[in-house]
Design a protein around this ligand. Structure first.
Ligand code: SAM
Length: 305
């Protein structure tokens, strides 16, 4: 079962009107949604989105209430998804980024470096691009850039070079083949800490699912869709995501964004958000002990002005 992270903190920030309209952009196993429904009144409405059809259908069966609308979509299409429901303003929007335990635990999805499976990693199985395509068809420079940029993998070049050498012998088909390739080219000391394939798998997953582009696309839409006083709550799991959310909220919370040194403001920019969490909210020691996934979680919240 997926254990929702920062559950109480997220829901208490998110709710500003017990009868309002809310969007859970990352339904997953529905942990946050169930807690949200338990707090809201029955006349409230929730739109729950996930791009993974399997998880959406599985969770839909466990939440049979009339005031939730389930939508199979990428959250980067948030404005269109809400327009299809005749909604143009909402009271709260939440995102709990990344993959759910459900996806990690199903070996054949190819997300886990512990289980052998075809290199897949698609959250949306309707899409064409898989991790197999990247590993077997992208150039060495492209693979290296993905591992470095999205995984902050210090051995990106070595791993990319070894992948390209190995695939000349035979295509690289499975997760454990890739794990062996990574292990064969990183220094011994690197294998003693966290799993040596962790960053490569994170990078491939981000690339396959366009995760950072989707995040960059949904944030401005969310601001436009919030009512005055409505809240945006985002839970991230690594520094790349957290940086995007932090910088976005900081910029939207500033009146003037002119370059420093100008004698007068020429941008006319006006703050649209007030940041509620100057420092990100982190799980306490007890939550980290009970749920290892929570250790890297960070919650940032802002209110629409
Ligand atoms: C960490 S899980 C959410 C867990 C959920 N909050 C819970 O408590 O059970 C993230 C979910 O978001 C979905 N997801 C990730 N990126 C998405 C995107 N761009 N559009 C829609 N869903 C996405 C994933 O498929 C996954 O099911």
């Amino acid at each position: 079962m997926h254990q929702p992270v920062l559950l109480e903190e997220t829901i208490s920030y998110l709710i500003t009107d017990l009868s309002g309209i809310y969007v859970d952009c990352t339904l997953g196993g529905g942990g946050h949604l169930k807690r949200l429904l338990a707090s809201l009144q029955q006349d409230a409405r929730v739109i729950a989105i996930d791009k993974d059809r399997d998880i959406l259908e599985k969770t839909r069966k466990t939440i049979q209430v009339a005031n939730v609308t389930f939508c199979h979509s990428d959250f980067s299409r948030l404005t269109q998804v809400l327009a299809q429901q005749n909604i143009n303003k909402v009271d709260g929007i939440m995102l709990d980024l990344g993959v759910s335990s459900f996806q990690l635990d199903i070996a054949d999805r190819g997300f886990s470096f512990h289980e052998d499976a075809r290199l897949d990693m698609r959250m949306n199985r309707d899409q064409d691009l898989t991790a197999w395509d990247i590993v077997n068809n992208y150039s060495e420079a492209e693979i290296s850039a993905i591992l470095f940029e999205y995984g902050e993998e210090r051995y990106a070049r070595r791993i990319a070079r070894r992948i390209v050498t190995k695939r000349e012998e035979n295509s690289i088909n499975t997760t454990l083949q890739l794990v062996d390739i990574i292990k064969s080219c990183v220094p011994a000391g690197y294998k003693r800490g966290k799993h040596p394939a962790r960053k490569t798998f994170q990078a491939l997953r981000i690339a396959v699912n366009g995760e950072l582009d989707a995040l960059q696309s949904v944030l401005p839409q969310a601001v436009d869709l919030l009512k005055t006083g409505g809240r945006l709550c985002v839970i991230t799991f690594h520094s790349l995501e957290d940086r995007i959310v932090k910088h976005f909220m900081q910029e939207k919370a500033r009146d003037c964004i002119c370059p420093p040194g100008l004698p007068i403001c020429i941008c006319g920019h006006q703050a649209e958000l007030k940041i509620n969490t100057r420092k990100s909210v982190e799980p306490d020691a007890q939550e980290c002990e009970q749920n290892s996934r929570a250790r890297s979680a960070r919650l940032r919240v802002a209110t629409k002005l």
